[in-house]
Design a protein around this ligand. Structure first.
Ligand code: DGL
Length: 278
């Protein structure tokens, strides 16, 4: 038995899709969720910058004595996961591999589409993860600049947003994919729109569910599960505006946002990253 919490982070509220799946799948576990809203969005940033941000957050969460770190952000995973695993004494799970594995299991035509941020697409992570599992796949990758920002604002999606998203899904329709990976943890929050634009015949792979499954496997394999009689809880930290994080977050999580505090960015920036080489 291990009663320490599980740490989780994203640039904003997207990782709440992962938290939600984990709360359902692992009700006895405690979670600390950090939304780096002060530095949102991650998508347009360089891989080097995201590696530094991820390192600072991982170190900060490790100070809270977490037993497992979940990188609930595809952009941070794509930029930093193997590197973090190499440099930190912690068990770390990321977002790309679980979604890729689920997509390969789901596709019949072996034509898979990936929607993700610019950083995730630029990293080549999905392509690599998918081809490692099936070298014969036809993969259509599409960056969706601005989509996570629309979702993070939490406002109603406008006609202009729909037109933009139509442009993103068009190459996937042209390629006749039967499976689409929602390659940003923000995108399941727009799955109704995406499913309508892609059609009923296309399976949307929500990596949140797959990550929650992997969390369960790691807890069991490492024998670090909480007492099953424990009623798990969750708390939040955010580095940007507290009110907008709570408003948007509580709407999507559909659960109370009781234990939430703002953490000044200086608390992350005190962690030296100047030594990190490309
Ligand atoms: N949730 C992040 C991801 O999964 C993307 C949002 C952002 O651009 O910050 O990639």
């Amino acid at each position: 038995m291990d009663s320490r919490p599980i740490g989780m982070f994203d640039s904003g509220i997207g990782g709440l899709t992962v938290l939600h799946e984990c709360l359902v799948a692992h009700p006895a576990e405690d979670f600390i969720y950090l939304g780096d809203t002060g530095r949102f969005p991650y998508g347009p940033r360089s891989l080097e910058e995201l590696r530094a941000f991820s390192y600072q957050i991982a170190r900060r969460l490790m100070e809270s004595d977490i037993k497992l770190l979940v990188v609930a952000c595809n952009s941070a995973t794509a930029a930093a996961l193997p590197w973090l695993q190499e440099h930190l004494e912690a068990s770390i799970i990321g977002a790309v591999q679980p979604g890729a594995a689920a997509a390969v299991q789901s596709t019949r035509s072996r034509r898979i589409g990936v929607l993700a941020t610019e950083a995730t697409i630029a990293s080549g992570s999905y392509e690599k993860a998918l081809l490692n599992l099936d070298a014969g796949l036809q993969i259509t990758l599409q960056a969706c600049p601005g989509l996570a920002e629309v979702i993070q604002r939490g406002e109603a999606i406008s006609e202009a947003d729909v037109e933009t998203v139509k442009g993103f899904v068009e190459p996937l329709r042209q390629a006749e994919v039967d499976t689409v990976i929602l390659g940003s943890t923000h995108y399941p929050l727009a799955s109704q729109l995406l499913q309508r634009l892609l059609g009923r015949g296309v399976t949307l792979v929500n990596s949140a569910r797959e990550i929650a499954r992997e969390v369960g496997e790691v807890l069991e394999r490492k024998d670090i599960e909480s007492d099953p009689g424990n009623e798990g809880g969750y708390s939040f930290l955010c580095t940007g505006d507290l009110e907008s994080f709570v408003t948007a977050g509580a709407r999507f999580l559909q659960m109370p946002f009781g234990d939430v505090s703002r953490m000044d960015l200086s608390e992350l920036e005190r962690i030296d990253v100047a030594w990190i080489q490309n």
